[in-house]
Design a protein around this ligand. Structure first.
Ligand code: SF4
Length: 289
């Protein structure tokens, strides 16, 4: 497969054929994100995409899913996406599911009808980063969105009946805004009502503006105990049913997963045990992005 730069995909797309249709992220301003800092955003040419589909046709016959990379492939025009979907359907008929990252702006750039058309073309899952539901934090990290604009984007995905997975970043408010970050995110996520919520822990990266603030001591990251308190506050403030909740990414101190609202109390109980020192945490050296 012909990839440009490092390829990033969600953990649940580990078995997918990854076809890179864009390079980088069209936003690329988030101060905590180092994923595409060394890539200038561009849409890959028809020839490059066709070459990768041809590779998959020959070598990826056992993989039933396709993930379209990079950062927000959904930003592609409707015409271009439908063309790629149709090529995948024609050349890789064994593929059952298409998925991609889509930031809130990319989602809002599509009408509900267009999203339904993408669903009919095979798009089954969109991964979107909320990071925080708190407008002050979103502005500070230059996400380019507000809680309300994220809720609006989520409503569009839900109306098209596409599975929506949303990430939340523990620690993004620093020590001072930790609980406010959790509360507002709980409120916004409850209104977004995604199918899946994935909570990750912020691990500041040297190549990011926030990482530099952290290294200079101007951004203070909550420690393990404070991250657990933040996670607890988030879950307390979640009021959305039939949502898969996961905090089991390698960055988390306490692997946790369950179904809301059914498992809310058991997840809170596990956090309480960990806060009391009665449940082990992932050692610092084993945490990773
Ligand atoms: S967090 Fe998402 S939207 Fe922000 S720069 Fe990274 S890939 Fe782009």
């Amino acid at each position: 497969m012909n990839y440009e730069g490092d390829i990033i995909r969600p953990p649940s797309e580990a078995d997918a054929i990854i076809i890179q249709v864009t390079v980088g992220c069209s936003h690329n301003h988030c101060t905590f994100c180092g994923a595409y800092k060394n890539k200038s955003f561009r849409v890959r040419s028809d020839e490059e995409i066709e070459e990768n589909i041809a590779f998959a046709e020959q070598y990826c016959r056992r993989q039933k899913r396709v993930f379209l990379a990079d950062g927000d492939a959904l930003i592609l025009s409707q015409r271009r996406l439908l063309k790629i979907f149709s090529q995948i359907k024609g050349r890789l008929p064994w593929v059952k599911r298409l998925a991609m990252y889509g930031n809130a702006k990319a989602i809002r750039s599509k009408s509900r009808e267009e999203l339904k058309e993408l669903k009919a073309g095979g798009l089954r899952r969109i991964y979107m980063g909320l990071e925080s539901g708190d407008d002050t934090i979103l502005a500070a990290v230059r996400k380019g969105e507000t809680g309300e604009s994220m809720i609006q984007a989520a409503e569009q995905v839900r109306a098209a009946e596409i599975f929506l997975s949303v990430t939340f970043l523990l620690g993004l408010g620093g020590i001072s805004n930790s609980l406010q970050h959790a509360r507002e995110s709980g409120r916004v996520l409850s209104q977004m009502r995604p199918n899946q919520i994935a909570a990750l822990c912020l691990m500041p990266l040297n190549n990011t503006p926030l990482g530099k603030e952290y290294a200079a001591g101007r951004f203070r990251l909550p420690d393990a105990q404070a991250m657990l308190l933040e996670l607890r506050e988030l879950i307390i403030n979640l009021d959305c049913d039939r949502v898969q909740f996961m905090a089991n990414h390698a960055s988390n101190y306490l692997p946790l997963s369950g179904r809301l609202m059914r498992d809310k109390d058991s997840m809170l109980h596990k956090i309480t045990l960990a806060l009391q020192g009665n449940h082990p945490l992932v050692p610092e050296q084993y945490r990773a992005l």
